[in-house]
Design a binder for this molecule. Structure first.
Ligand SMILES: Nc1ncnc2c1ncn2[C@@H]1O[C@H](COP(=O)(O)OP(=O)(O)O)[C@@H](O)[C@H]1O
Ligand SMILES: [Mg+2]
Length: 228
């Protein structure tokens, strides 16, 4: 599903964000990306959803090679990806259902199919009763669940979450994490960047730790670099 092959990323200002990063995420996996601030977690996610291109090496996602994407292919790839951020990024002047529906509109979904699909994902995240509310009327945990519903509404193969619990208290963190586990149990690959080691511990999920743009630990491979 996702393959990084000796990937380097140097930003235009000369910052080296990633060095010789290689890993492979097979179908159905839940992966944590961990490491301190500046370690390169967001840079990896930006390459996965084609916001950035690698400076070196190869990134393949869902059959596409990121460095060779054409303008037409980028929206096709993004339709297969759901993305969630720490700061939710909801549209403030749109209701919950409009926020989620908008993600369908921009991908050209047939308008008559939108209400049902929106309610289906809002039910999945436990927020069907808040469909007409505005983001500011919701708690942080609820806002993040709306953002997750929006990420899911196009039935992505891969869900990418960048510090999705970074702005949440412990209880909301547990709720959002539980939701991500359920999504993964349904077959969606989940790649979650976090520095909440308490959350990572004891889950048994694969953990890739970054330091200074390099992978320093990967629980998902053996000493020969083969997937466990
Ligand atoms: N768009 C950008 N332009 C220039 N430098 C960046 C950009 N994004 C990230 N960086 C730099 O790349 C390094 C890795 O950052 P990042 O991937 O955001 O780490 P993390 O998400 O682990 O905190 C940092 O030194 C950061 O300042
Ligand atoms: Mg980051």
């Amino acid at each position: 599903m996702i393959r990084f092959n000796h990937v380097g990323k140097v930003f235009t200002n000369g910052v080296v964000a990633l060095k010789d990063v290689s890993f492979h995420v097979p179908k159905g996996q839940f992966v944590f990306l961990t490491g301190h601030s500046g370690a390169g977690k967001s840079s990896i996610l930006a390459l996965i959803f084609a916001e950035q291109k690698p400076s070196e090496g190869e990134v393949r996602v869902s059959g596409y090679q990121i460095s060779k994407l054409t303008a037409k292919e980028i929206p096709r790839l993004r339709r297969r990806l759901g993305v969630v951020f720490q700061d939710f990024r909801l549209l403030e002047y749109r209701t919950v259902e409009e926020n989620v529906g908008f993600a369908l509109e921009v991908t050209g979904a047939r308008p008559e199919t939108i209400p049902n699909r929106v309610m289906r994902v809002l039910t999945q995240v436990g927020l069907a009763s808040k469909a007409r509310a505005y983001p500011r009327e919701l708690s942080g945990g609820e806002q993040q669940r709306v953002a997750i519903a929006r990420a899911l509404v196009n039935d992505p193969h891969i869900l990418v979450a960048d510090e999705p619990t970074g702005n949440l208290d412990e209880r909301a963190t547990r709720g959002v994490f539980q939701l991500l586990r359920e999504i993964n149990a349904g077959g969606t690959v989940v790649v979650m960047a976090t520095h909440n080691m308490e959350l990572v511990r004891d889950t048994g999920y694969r953990t890739i730790e970054l330091r200074g743009g390099r992978i320093v630990y990967d629980s998902g491979v053996d000493e020969n670099g083969e997937l466990r």
